[in-house]
Design a binder for this molecule. Structure first.
Ligand code: ZN
Length: 425
């Protein structure tokens, strides 16, 4: 059994190496085809990473990293050979490429050779590999340290990911000076507040202050719409069906109802007293879904651009970018069949896409169409003729199987969903 486990591990590495070779070859063939089709040099290669991502069932962003890794490996034959032989797995090869990507190709090849010659990677774990590769890279090109730093600064970003118990991590990746300064400012203000008798913990004051500074409001959610999607049964009849909070995911029914009715845990904020909460407005938007399928019922517009109501509708229905495996937030409201080729502006022909996926879809050879299904489904066909299906995620309260919903809804032709928004008047 151990031999089998070992053998399969080597097979995974070999398969990864073959995928990398195929990715590089596919990239070249697509570039030639695009050049033949008259695509200018700057635009060649568009959509290649997206196709690799779909084939590997990864997000487009990861597809792009995998293609970059494959290309970098063509200049690192020793590392590639170790990958192919099962001595390095895809993750460790990624670490090596990441640490050397700032080097000139000659230096990168030199590091590749040095690591192979000295056997520095034999039996090395992730940290040991990073240390060995970094040391070799610094020796070859000390200036690469500076280049790495410049590159790192360009990757500053803010992200949000779910934490347990309806909490979230709001994370900022910042240059060290800004990060330390921001943290020091929060600590200073927390210490000042606590010295003045604030009985919240230092961590609590820091967290509350951060939210207040960013949103400009005590308690934090005034003036910003948070589009909470829930069933009418959850809101009015204490039903247990969970709700959906865009940007976070599923939240428990009781918490969603509290948020909708009272402002939620934010109302407990000492600086957002009853007076503050009175300025909050609760907007209820009614959305209707077909019984049985749980599909949102359509509405039409004659405009070329999706009007705001229709955009919100797509936002609620699609939740995140519709490309399979892409979890990116929606940035574009796209006509599945383009408007200039007769595609109507309606919910059926609309989909939410992230910026990158929308650009990919416009590349030569890509087509998309809405197809009939239980829920809204888009079939996207890539230049190689492969077709991928994307079905809108289930809404809160939507039937899990494809059997028409429970008997208590009989007699109603439509089942109701509510989208709630909290905002200032
Ligand atoms: Zn996307």
């Amino acid at each position: 059994m151990i031999d089998e486990i070992r053998g399969l591990e080597e097979l995974k590495c070999f398969a990864g190496a073959r995928q990398a070779e195929a990715a590089v070859a596919f990239d070249l063939s697509q570039r030639w085809e695009q050049a033949d089709a008259g695509v200018p040099a700057a635009g060649q290669g568009a959509g290649v990473a997206a196709q690799i991502a779909l084939a590997r069932r990864e997000s487009p962003a990861r597809g792009s990293r995998l293609l970059g890794l494959a290309k970098a490996l063509t200049g690192m034959p020793h590392t590639f050979a170790a990958f192919r032989a099962g001595l390095l797995n895809e993750w460790r090869v990624t670490l090596i490429v990441k640490e050397t990507i700032c080097l000139a190709p000659g230096d990168r090849a030199g590091v590749d050779e040095e690591l192979a010659d000295t056997g520095a990677l034999d039996g090395a774990g992730d940290k040991a590999i990073i240390a060995a590769v970094r040391a070799a890279a610094y020796r070859r090109d000390p200036a690469s340290v500076a280049k790495r730093a410049a590159r790192a600064v360009s990757e500053r970003a803010v992200s949000l990911r779910p934490a347990p118990d309806t909490m979230t991590y709001l994370t900022a990746l910042l240059p060290v000076a800004q990060g330390v300064a921001a943290y020091a400012a929060l600590v200073r203000d927390a210490d000042t507040a606590r010295a003045a008798g604030d009985d919240r913990s230092r961590g609590q004051v820091m967290a509350d202050t951060l939210v207040e500074r960013l949103t400009g409001a005590p308690g934090g959610i005034t003036g910003v719409q948070i589009q909470l999607v829930m069933t009418d049964r959850t809101l009015f009849r204490a039903d247990a069906e969970p709700a959906r909070l865009p940007g976070y995911g599923t939240i428990p029914a009781a918490w969603a109802t509290e948020l909708a009715r009272t402002g939620g845990p934010a109302a407990a904020h000492p600086l957002a007293g009853p007076a503050g909460m009175e300025e909050l407005d609760l907007w209820v938007r009614r959305l209707y879904t077909a019984p049985g399928s749980g599909e949102l019922v359509a509405m039409d517009s004659t405009a070329r651009l999706f009007p705001p109501g229709l955009k919100r509708f797509l936002q609620v229905r699609d939740d995140t970018c519709r490309t399979p495996y892409c979890d990116a937030p929606i940035r574009h409201h796209d006509h599945i069949t383009a408007w200039h080729t007769g595609g109507p502006t309606n919910v059926n022909n609309g989909q939410g896409l992230c910026e990158a996926c929308n650009h990919t879809k416009e590349s030569p050879g890509w087509t998309a169409q809405t197809i009939q299904g239980q829920r809204h489904t888009v079939a996207t066909t890539t230049p190689t003729g492969h077709t991928y299906h994307s079905t809108a995620p289930p809404l809160p309260g939507a039937p899990i199987c494809q059997i028409p919903a429970h008997g208590n809804q009989s007699g109603h032709s439509q089942e109701r969903r509510l989208a709630l928004a909290r905002a200032t008047p």
